[in-house]
Design a protein around this ligand. Sequence first.
Ligand code: NAG
Length: 202
Amino acid sequence: GGSNHNTIIDDPNHKLLQTNNSGPDPKEKCLPTHSDTTQNIRPVQKAELTRLANTFRQVSRLHWILVEDAAARSELMRTTRKVSVWPVGLVGGRRYERPVVENGKVVGWYTGWRADRPFAIDMAGFAVSLQVILSHPKAVFKRRGSQPGMQESDFLKQITTVEELEPKANNCTKVLVWHTRTEKVNLANEPKYHLDTVNIEV
Ligand SMILES: *[C@@H]1O[C@H](CO)[C@@H](O)[C@H](O)[C@H]1NC(C)=O
């Protein structure tokens, strides 16, 4: 104890926190430790671990040792040139939904619901460059007035095309964001047939 820096050690893929807060408050002497050595026990495990990390990063003088094994860090949305897309975990009653990518291009949607939507994607699954927004000043993401599940399509079709989408997260084969809810996770729409072509950890 008594060390004056906060370090979270984790696998480089999740890279949750690496800080050196020196704001010394001598009263804050407690050093909580969370350790997680297992993976994929529960569907929400990785999502909750990520949320826990984002909570812990508010705490100064915290020493958290998290042991995991994983590969290299993934791409980030900041490389978006126009509109980028990626898988979303724990959404639509499934472990994940994702854009289906072939030869680096989006060619369809792995989703349990209305894959015929122009953009069958959750709002957590895309980023738009500010330049695109500025050059489409009339584009709106409607709070009301869209058919159920059509909010994203109604917005995206104003500013881009499916062909133009930039797949992130290793051609949409990694889950890096989750659509969690304050209730027990619903996986009722997980497919029994037409399984995905890739095996993705959530
Ligand atoms: C995505 O797929 C394209 C085409 O197959 C390939 O050239 C590219 O390297 C892939 N990107 C990643 C990050 O795997």
